[in-house]
Write a protein that binds this ligand. Structure first.
Ligand SMILES: Cc1cc2nc3c(=O)[nH]c(=O)nc-3n(C[C@H](O)[C@H](O)[C@H](O)COP(=O)(O)OP(=O)(O)OC[C@H]3O[C@@H](n4cnc5c(N)ncnc54)[C@H](O)[C@@H]3O)c2cc1C
Length: 368
């Protein structure tokens, strides 16, 4: 066997797991279809539950002078505001910078990273797995899927579901609050904005695919005709200067829990299930899954656990820690983006602090 552990996908979960496994003296292969650094559609707000883990990996938010975010403002389609203190809080960082920094750490730790390499599928054999890519085949004992939300080949086979969304991201500069994350509803979607590094703000929204279709796929038309009907978003568009002319977009975005383990392949981050960004914390889920999986994989490689036992423990832990949050997130997103229900839901959230607290509690986890 050439590798102890092969990881497909070098986003947050794949990079984090590769660093931990390499530090445990294991031979790790990481396959990533893109090159670093690269932009990614993401709101770029990381909850503080991941802070200690990121420091352990080698990313110290204080050294990066990252904006600390501890206030939330939330507006409905008419621009009516709810303000809430975010007790747990978080910070902002561009994925362009974060993924690149983790990539450099992984390289230093000795991970064999193959960039510009697209995985096509895998074969299982007596000794482990063979991974098939556009740049040849690789063999290893353990296989992990950390390729994000889009299944391919025989990975996560037959797993589909949920409503179809489109994600759009801009970076802006302007005189906005540095300690606040804004979440603003519009017809058929919602938009988040918060400060990141390099004096930029990340403005990222999700819109139902059917809504964008109504505007013939024209993003700027959708933004002027639909998003800016919310006066809070109109203000942002007026005050902000775009860092890049064109936004970054992704389509076919769905939110549902998949399987944490299938066919003895371990899945991390969005490959195992994506949480609706309205309730945040997809990045923390991705990092947390790496933190949960690493000790189990090392027990398998050190002959303390069978693969079956590690799979059972990981699936149970994953369901406990992430499954419930993903389901809660999907329902909350549904209530806020369903024209007939939004006013009632907004009324309850606006008038009852305990509802707001409950939502925050249901969608945030403990520090790890
Ligand atoms: C609109 C939107 C806003 C969001 N905002 C936030 C936010 O503010 N805060 C937050 O915490 N989360 C947010 N999220 C969620 C967050 O971005 C994801 O949960 C997180 O990136 C998941 O990390 P990952 O490692 O699972 O996957 P990714 O970071 O997506 O990494 C997957 C990697 O796999 C690679 N890959 C894919 N297929 C292959 C292949 N065949 N071969 C090789 N490599 C492959 C990809 O190139 C990619 O680099 C948001 C998501 C969306 C859609």
């Amino acid at each position: 066997m050439k590798y102890d552990c092969m990881i497909v996908g070098g986003g947050l979960s794949g990079l984090a797991l590769s660093i931990l496994m390499a530090r445990a003296q294991k031979k790790v292969l990481l396959i990533e279809k893109k090159k670093y650094p690269a932009h990614k559609v993401c709101g770029e707000y990381i909850s503080n539950e991941s802070r200690a883990f990121l420091i352990k990996l080698g990313i110290v938010p204080e050294q990066w002078h990252l904006p600390e975010i501890n206030q939330l403002v939330f507006s409905d389609q008419r621009g009516r505001l709810i303000r809430e203190q975010l007790d747990s809080g978080g910070f902002g960082i561009r994925r362009y910078a974060l993924d690149e920094a983790l990539f450099q750490i992984a390289r230093k730790e000795g991970v064999d990273i193959r960039t510009s390499t697209t995985c096509l599928g895998y074969e299982k054999n007596m000794q482990g797995f063979k991974v098939l890519t556009n740049a040849g085949e690789f063999e290893g004992r353990i296989l992990c899927g950390a390729f994000g939300r889009y299944a391919f080949g025989n990975f996560n086979k037959g797993q589909t579901g949920g409503e179809n969304w489109v994600g759009v991201k801009h970076h802006l500069r302007g005189a906005f609050a540095a300690d606040t994350i804004g979440l603003h509803l519009f017809e058929g979607g919602y938009c988040g904005m918060s400060k990141v590094d390099d004096e930029q703000y990340c403005l990222c929204y999700l819109v139902k695919a059917e809504m964008l279709k109504k505007y013939k796929g024209q993003i700027s038309l959708l933004e002027s005709e639909v998003l800016q009907k919310n006066p809070r978003l109109a203000e942002i568009w007026k005050e902000g200067q775009k860092v890049y002319e064109d936004p970054l977009t992704i389509s076919n975005v769905t939110f549902y829990a998949k399987q944490a383990v299938a066919d003895d392949v371990f899945y991390l981050g969005d490959s195992a299930g994506s949480i609706a960004p309205l309730t945040g914390n997809g990045m923390s889920n991705a990092l947390r899954s790496a933190a949960m999986l690493e000790p189990l994989l090392n027990k398998v490689l050190n002959e303390e656990y069978s693969l079956a036992k590690a799979a059972k423990v990981y699936a149970q832990e994953w369901n406990q820690q992430m499954g419930q949050r993903i389901r809660a997130g999907r329902w909350i997103q549904y209530f806020f983006c369903q024209a007939a229900l939004t006013p009632f839901f907004f009324f309850f959230v606006r008038n009852f602090a305990f509802v707001r607290r409950m939502i925050i509690r249901m969608t945030h986890g403990k520090s790890f």
